[in-house]
Ligand binder design. Structure first.
Ligand SMILES: NC(=O)c1ccc[n+]([C@@H]2O[C@H](COP(=O)([O-])OP(=O)(O)OC[C@H]3O[C@@H](n4cnc5c(N)ncnc54)[C@H](OP(=O)(O)O)[C@@H]3O)[C@@H](O)[C@H]2O)c1
Length: 259
């Protein structure tokens, strides 16, 4: 019996990936990896100009088609429209990456309820809404891979991140639950938990170098991650190389949680 070459298991030719938060940061880096592996990518975000520029940049860099899609993951109707739009425009949907996320940092007594809710609505509710929007399609299709972005802070706490840590810990619960709910349907659900990457999310930290150094010092590798360092984990979980992998959490955290 002929077996596929191991490297072919990582190809995404003919597949369509929808990446929330694909317009910037980790989502954009993941999208480039998917496009280089042969996928058509849809990059979603709230800022139309940024999403368009990123889609053009990734199309040129990869030779694959990348579409921008304007959507707010905290808006139920917007999320449904985003998934429907992808299916209509691209004719199929195989991979969902939930990378849209925000962070607000304060001691808990200085947190406004609205700030806490904004973080949870983006990081957790937005992820839940997008998972719900693809569920019936993936089950009917008999295949599909969801990758939710957690964080090293899904597993450990960090002062002044009560909203972020709560939301990211919950993403792991959601991921495991959907893996069980979808088991046997062909749809898989996994999470990636990154350590510190120098994206716009972390720019406020750079204004206080000693705080930035303290965060980076929590990693065993004692450095910021480079944006391409997220791509291998995402491509693995999205692809047939991970066909027996569901409900797992892959830490790409420079050894933060090894301590
Ligand atoms: N960077 C890190 O060190 C790190 C570490 C661990 C985990 N993570 C997680 O990785 C994911 C990506 O983070 P990042 O560092 O790439 O952040 P980023 O550079 O700030 O990018 C965030 C992305 O999410 C989109 N976004 C934010 N709110 C949205 C909303 N309501 N609806 C739709 N899109 C929204 C942004 O586009 P618009 O603003 O245009 O909407 C942007 O594309 C997040 O879930 C984050 O928590 C990051």
């Amino acid at each position: 019996m002929s077996q596929p070459h191991v490297l072919d298991l990582f190809r995404l030719d003919g597949r369509v990936a929808l990446i929330t938060g694909g317009s910037r940061g980790l989502g954009k880096s993941i999208a480039l990896g998917f496009a280089q592996a042969g996928a058509t990518c849809v990059l979603a975000g709230r800022d139309a100009a940024v999403a368009s520029a990123s889609a053009s940049e990734l199309s040129a860099a990869s030779g694959q088609t990348c579409h921008p899609c304007v959507a707010d993951v905290t808006d139920e109707a917007d999320v449904a429209r985003m998934v429907e739009w992808t299916l209509t425009k691209c004719g199929r949907l195989d991979i969902l990456v939930n990378s849209a996320g925000i962070n607000i940092r304060h001691p808990i007594e200085e947190f406004a309820l609205a700030e806490f809710q904004r973080v949870v609505e983006t990081n957790l509710t937005g992820t839940w809404l997008a998972c719900r929007a693809v569920a019936a399609h993936f089950k009917a299709q008999g295949s599909g891979s969801v990758i939710n972005l957690g964080s090293a802070l899904s597993a450990v706490g960090l002062a002044e991140r009560s909203a972020y840590c709560s939301s990211k810990a919950a993403v792991i619960g959601l991921t495991k639950t959907l893996a069980l709910e979808w088991a046997g349907s062909g749809a898989r659900c996994n999470a990636i938990c990154p350590g510190p990457f120098l994206t716009e999310m972390n720019l406020p930290l750079l204004e206080q170098p000693e705080r930035a150094a303290a965060v980076v010092g929590l990693t065993a590798l004692n450095r910021w991650a480079e944006l391409p360092e997220i791509r291998g984990a995402a491509l693995y979980l999205a692809s047939d190389a991970a066909s027996y992998v569901t409900g797992t959490t892959l830490f790409v955290d420079g050894g933060w949680t090894a301590r």
